[in-house]
Design a protein around this ligand. Structure first.
Ligand code: C2E
Ligand code: CA
Ligand code: CA
Ligand code: CA
Length: 275
């Protein structure tokens, strides 16, 4: 029995080693991804809910791995956060997004995601300021999206950084609104420019009658606080017509366009809300 136990343990350790090695390899490959030009930004349109005109594109990162093909950010962003690589990747995202947006028609804005550990580790304000200056992009054409988890470790510092970003003239969005534990309390700590209602609410819109009531309440709350309200994950005409009646300001989702390479954004030029 003792021997068997030891064998099981050895097997377990071997498996842990293999996992650790796979992780280290991915980490190693991610370290080189920037230098090897394997990272890409895709852009997804965010449209005016009333007119259907494009107002913003959200930049969404992809990793074009030489063997695995496109790796989802859900897979490698957490790894980048744990290893500290997120600082360099995040800087690359901000610079690339500003460079791309500088070539767009004037009214279009670009929205970038800044992850919590990037927000804590790196001097995000300096990175944003230099990316705007280097590319000659007006600060009011950049939106930074953060989630409420940036407040968890050191809320006072988070508010400081947000204020410094605000002072640059960029817009600030609270992403994934309604999914965390304390979304409401963070609205009190900092005045965002907009909230993005998480796509989980939209998914349930037609199946759960209460969801419509909840989304309506969030839209009204946002408007009463003077915030713009974007709804994410709109996929169907049924969702669109329900959401339209609620008076949300912007919509984003596969119904209007999937994330696509920068070269494709010009094709959206004439895009109109389908009705
Ligand atoms: P997110 O910021 O909430 O981004 C929205 C996600 O929903 C994107 O997934 C987008 O492709 C997807 N989406 C958009 N419309 C629809 C729809 O109609 N239906 C469905 N089912 N999904 C839709 P993606 O690109 O895989 O990104 C996942 C997450 O990875 C993002 O969630 C964000 O948290 C993170 N991420 C992406 N790019 C970056 C980045 O550049 N930096 C950082 N720090 N995080 C990023
Ligand atoms: Ca986002
Ligand atoms: Ca989101
Ligand atoms: Ca998310």
């Amino acid at each position: 029995v003792k021997d068997e136990g030891r064998g099981g343990l050895r097997f377990f350790e071997a498996r842990m080693d293999a996992q650790l090695q796979a992780r280290r390899q991915l980490e190693q490959e991610l370290t080189q991804a920037i230098d090897r030009d394997e990272l890409r930004l895709f852009y997804q349109p965010i449209v005016n809910a009333g007119t259907g005109e494009i107002e913003t594109f959200e930049a969404l990162i992809r990793w074009l791995h030489p063997e695995r093909g496109f790796v989802s950010p859900a897979e490698f962003i957490p790894l980048a956060e744990q290893t500290g690589l997120i600082a360099r990747i995040g800087q690359w995202v901000i610079e690339t997004a500003c460079e791309t947006a500088a070539a767009w028609p004037q009214p279009w804005r670009v929205s970038v995601n800044v992850s919590p550990s990037q927000f804590r580790q790196a001097d995000t304000t300096a990175v944003v300021a230099s990316a705007l200056a280097r590319n000659g992009l007006a600060s009011d054409r950049l939106v930074v999206e953060i989630t409420e988890s940036v407040f968890i470790q050191d809320a006072d510092r988070a508010v400081q950084v947000l204020n410094a970003l605000r002072a640059l003239g960029i817009r600030l969005a609270l992403d994934d609104f309604g999914t965390g534990y304390s979304s409401l309390s963070y609205l009190q700590r900092f005045r965002f420019d907009k909230i993005k209602i998480d796509q989980s609410f939209v998914r349930d819109l037609e199946s759960h009658s209460d969801t419509l009531t909840i989304v309506r309440a969030i839209v009204n709350l946002g408007h009463n606080l003077g915030l713009h309200v974007t709804v994410e994950g709109v996929e169907t005409a049924g969702q669109l017509s329900r959401l339209r009646d609620l008076g949300c300001d912007q919509m984003q989702g596969y119904l209007f366009g999937r994330p696509a390479p920068a070269a494709k954004t010009s094709e959206f030029d004439q895009a109109r809300l389908r009705s």
